[in-house]
Design a protein around this ligand. Structure first.
Ligand code: ATP
Ligand code: MG
Length: 317
């Protein structure tokens, strides 16, 4: 991603553009934030703010852009569902208050709920801890034709678990298996797991909502000041903030080791919520476009049959 001078948004003509044009633009935008092969990844090369200069005057345009993305997504999801072959797994990871929940809500707002399932992963239960860490994940994987959304995921196993040694100690693993190689082993297992899913028709794409420490502070204070947002905040969130640098190191290593061409990470600038949502919608469109989606072809026989049925319906008295 370039660190060049900020440009004003070039969204002219977008409102009247067709779906093809929207997808072409979305693909171009998403590409800027896609890590692809992670070998050379450095988190510090990615900003938390948009590449464009967005002021309050751009609000209507930004809203309209997101709506276009949401509409295109809705159409493509309809085809994904009808085709019933591919599925899409979207993974969201971030520090608290980075905007995961809002992004999921807005980006998926136009999608038919029948074709979409959201799963949130919190601290594992004692039953979960009696199994390997992918056990609780498996049953939430999307069926063919569906979009699965993971609000947090198995990636917590190389994030919060890496930051807090005591969580790893409580995982009931045989001591012999806890070595200095454990993180590299987990990265490798995750890469293989995603490769396996891809080979079976589930495309996995991953979003890191990259919020700055300053913006998180602002949002935390808002959560305290606004009674309607109090429920979203806890002292534990503030405590985790104290481990900021450790988390950033873990994100850096995680993305470097698990971003691949087939299952890439997107590092989404998250200080501006609306822009983050546009980037996310664009990345989903990009992934779906690469699937070569098409409505199932109906055979000549079936068309003839449908025509007969129509004729009979019209002839009804
Ligand atoms: P919000 O952004 O609204 O606060 P959240 O995703 O942070 O939503 P919480 O209930 O606040 O939801 O937090 C879930 C917690 O569960 C997180 O702190 C996360 O790190 C933790 N967690 C998730 N998976 C694991 C895991 N495998 N091991 C340990 N902790 C985990
Ligand atoms: Mg939380």
């Amino acid at each position: 991603m370039s660190k060049s001078k900020k440009k004003k948004p070039n969204l002219e003509g977008l409102a009247t553009s067709g779906r093809k044009e929207v997808i072409a633009r979305a693909k171009k935008l998403a590409k800027q934030y896609c890590v692809g092969d992670g070998a050379k990844f450095r988190l510090k090369d990615y900003k938390t703010t948009p590449n464009l200069e967005l002021g309050p005057e751009d609000k209507p345009l930004v809203k309209e852009t997101l709506q276009l993305g949401v509409d295109a997504l809705s159409k493509m999801q309809d085809i994904l569902y009808a085709q019933d072959k591919w599925s899409l797994l979207l993974i969201f990871q971030a520090m608290d208050a980075a905007g995961k929940d809002g992004a999921i809500k807005h980006v998926m707002s136009g999608v038919n709920p029948q074709g979409c399932q959201v799963s949130s992963f919190k601290s594992p239960s004692s039953e979960d801890l009696d199994h390997d860490y992918m056990w609780r994940i498996q049953k939430h994987l999307p069926e063919r034709g569906r979009i699965g959304i993971f609000n947090r995921s198995y990636y917590e196993e190389v994030l919060v678990v890496r930051v807090h040694e005591k969580i790893l100690q409580a995982q009931k693993l045989p001591e012999k298996l806890i070595t200095k190689n454990i993180w590299d082993e987990r990265y490798k297992d995750i890469r293989n797991f995603e490769k396996y899913l891809t080979r079976n028709g589930t495309i996995v794409i991953k979003f890191f909502l990259n919020v700055s420490k300053g913006e998180q502070k602002k949002r935390f204070i808002e959560r305290v000041d606004n009674p309607d947002k109090n429920w979203k905040f806890s002292a534990a969130d503030a405590r985790e903030r104290g481990y900021w640098d450790d988390y950033m190191d873990s994100y850096q290593e995680m993305i470097k080791n698990t971003s691949t061409e087939d299952s890439p990470w997107y590092v989404v600038p998250a200080d501006n919520k609306s822009y983050a949502r546009i980037v996310i919608a664009s990345a989903i469109l990009r992934a779906m476009h690469d699937m070569d989606l098409a409505y199932p072809k109906v055979s000549a026989e079936k068309i003839a049959e449908l025509k007969e049925v129509k004729k009979a319906l019209l002839a009804e008295k």
